[in-house]
Design a protein around this ligand. Structure first.
Ligand SMILES: Nc1ncnc2c1ncn2[C@@H]1O[C@H](COP(=O)(O)OP(=O)(O)OP(=O)(O)O)[C@@H](O)[C@H]1O
Ligand SMILES: [Mg+2]
Length: 243
């Protein structure tokens, strides 16, 4: 399945310009530009330590930018706390699965629903999209397989009815087939109109559902292109690193 077709001139939902951020005295992002147009999936790939997670943290209000700007839906949101960003439609699935291991599937789903949807609706939607979660609604999240936990993280994210979803290394520690099926779900979510910025080290499956792709290294975006261009770039630059 390829990505759905979207207009190249769709409005920018997320616009990051010259973003700088870091930890203490150490600057990690040295002026990053990223645009996610409404209804598109943007894939950002890059090696260990490139600053990918830091970028997501800076966009989602967990790390304060020291320069540049983040616009979400046309609003300047630098320094806006995460819970406020959630209310205006931003949702992040962090690195290493955003689930609470000691709560059941059901408790995880119902824990933070900013949208005010009724609990029964949230459950019904989640279990319709992910029947496996329905079968396991009373199981502790921490005892599920890695792929099931990522499904739960996605179901939790969707319960907040996001406009923009930020995904950090969905593939981490998962078998290729599981990763493939998770990205198929990501493709469906995008087709329903959710815009998505997804980061990965070198998991190419993400390129199947992306409209735009980029490579980040050393705190900068090195290349932006079509998924096919980025795939070719990865093959020549990183051949052998992660076949
Ligand atoms: N909380 C922190 N405090 C200090 N330095 C940090 C912190 N988090 C990340 N860093 C540093 O920032 C740099 C970028 O890290 P980041 O997690 O953004 O990379 P990444 O591209 O997500 O890497 P990976 O693919 O391994 O997840 C690294 O040098 C890292 O050591
Ligand atoms: Mg990371």
């Amino acid at each position: 399945m390829g990505p759905t077709v979207v207009a190249a001139d769709a409005p920018a939902l997320l616009e990051v310009r010259g973003l700088r951020a870091g930890y203490g005295q150490i600057e990690v992002l040295h002026g990053v530009d990223v645009t996610v147009r409404a209804g598109t999936v943007v894939a950002l790939l890059g090696p260990n330590g490139a600053g990918k997670s830091t970028l997501l943290k800076a966009v989602s209000g967990q790390v304060k930018p020291t320069g540049g700007c983040v616009h979400l839906g046309g609003r300047h949101v630098n320094g806006t706390p995460p819970h406020r960003l959630a209310r205006i439609g931003l949702c992040t699935i962090p690195e290493g699965r955003g689930v609470f291991p000691n709560l059941t599937v059901r408790e995880n789903l119902l824990m933070d629903t900013y949208s005010g949807s009724r609990a029964a609706d949230i459950e019904a939607h989640a279990f319709e999209r992910f029947p496996r979660l329905g079968e396991r609604r009373h199981q502790l999240a921490g005892t599920m397989s890695g792929g099931e936990q990522q499904m739960l993280a996605m179901a939790r994210a969707l319960a907040t009815d996001p406009a923009l979803l930020l995904l950090d290394e969905l593939s981490m520690g998962l078998a290729p087939l599981v990763v493939e099926s998770l990205y198929e779900i990501v493709g469906h979510i995008a087709a329903e109109g959710v815009s998505i910025l997804v980061i990965e080290q070198f998991a190419r499956t993400v390129l199947d559902v992306a409209h735009v792709a980029a490579i980040m290294s050393h705190g900068r975006i090195e290349t932006v292109g079509t998924p096919a261009q980025i795939e070719a770039e990865l093959s020549s630059a990183y051949l052998g690193v992660n076949p």
